[in-house]
Write a protein that binds this ligand. Sequence first.
Ligand SMILES: Nc1ncnc2c1ncn2[C@@H]1O[C@H](COP(=O)(O)OP(=O)(O)OP(=O)(O)O)[C@@H](O)[C@H]1O
Ligand SMILES: [Mg+2]
Length: 364
Amino acid sequence: MSREPIISSDDAFEPDEPSGYTPLGREDDQVLRPQRMEDMVGQREVYERLMIAVDAARIRQETLGHILLDGPPGLGKTTFATCIPRALDVPLQIASGAALSAPKDLLPYLTNAQEGSVLFIDEIHRLPKAVEEFMYPAMEDFRIDITLGEGVSARTVNMALRPFTIIGATTRSGLLSAPLRDRFQVREHLDFYSHEELTEITRRNARKLRVEIDDEAALKIAICSRGTPRITNNRLRWVRDYATTKAAGKITLPVAEAALGMLGVDPLGLDPQDRKYMETILRVFHGGPAGVEAIAHTLNLAVDTLTDEVEPFLLRSELVVRTPRGRKLTAKGYEHLGVSPDAVINGGRPRRGNDDSDRPLFAE
Ligand SMILES: Nc1ncnc2c1ncn2[C@@H]1O[C@H](COP(=O)(O)OP(=O)(O)OP(=O)(O)O)[C@@H](O)[C@H]1O
Ligand SMILES: [Mg+2]
């Protein structure tokens, strides 16, 4: 089997390389992304199961079964998908479901796939039906049917492929058709990270960015990260910038609090967009239930942005619930906005006759 990695393992970042070079801007993304499976923090059960599958494939010198990773954005789907081929020491090709509009777009990836290699298809729920159906025999039997010519002279040629692994990633596993979903031998759901896990990610990444950070400050950044490592990294970079300009480079708790306060991040880690979403349900829809399209239109946001990026963490935090009739604030949601559910009638104004009728619904 020919196994030349496209991503070589020697571009892995060495945290203690003595160059004194401090990476800046977008390069940080690559620096902060774990390069090996062992560097991944959290998702322990998913990690253990994937490692068993990877080790078994390696020991038996077999091709790894297809893997589907789903979960909200920024939780590590792409990171797992790039670490797995490294662990197997096999090449990786990367494609996006949105860019594969016809079977011919997928063809080069399939024919280029070396034996045992990995083809990562991001946003796999965006594959058109025709491409999906074209993939079925490729995934199951490692062969494809290609139609040559048109009309009466058209004929179908059956072409064999080298056995390879597809890793699919999606934020919307519900949109995947059952036949496609069933062709993945391993299906893993990534969930939000705990504060402890995000604290560990903050500490490790502060070392990589060569910035000093207190334990309380690391915990504060973790709590303010909406359970999401990508947000942890963004918050850490912002707090580092703030510390560089305002606090001689060291991240202490007051520095982290001041920097996060400037971003409008509240004690639960919600950002202004999260609060605007909750306030819209409260003010415009009287606490709900409200349809997601109506909320999205009011906020001038795409429905996908709401359902994929904003809602999962708020649902998970039990600030909002999804009911058959739409989204509703929970008691915890009202409490977080500093409003009593009883106050929300008559178009969001306090109850008539209430002594506090001039009291604003939102604490200023
Ligand atoms: N388990 C982890 N340990 C440490 N850092 C992580 C972990 N998972 C993710 N990260 C960090 O979070 C960033 C975002 O992760 P990643 O790109 O893998 O998310 P994703 O699930 O693919 O998101 P999207 O759905 O938006 O594509 C990574 O660059 C990495 O730095
Ligand atoms: Mg990704």
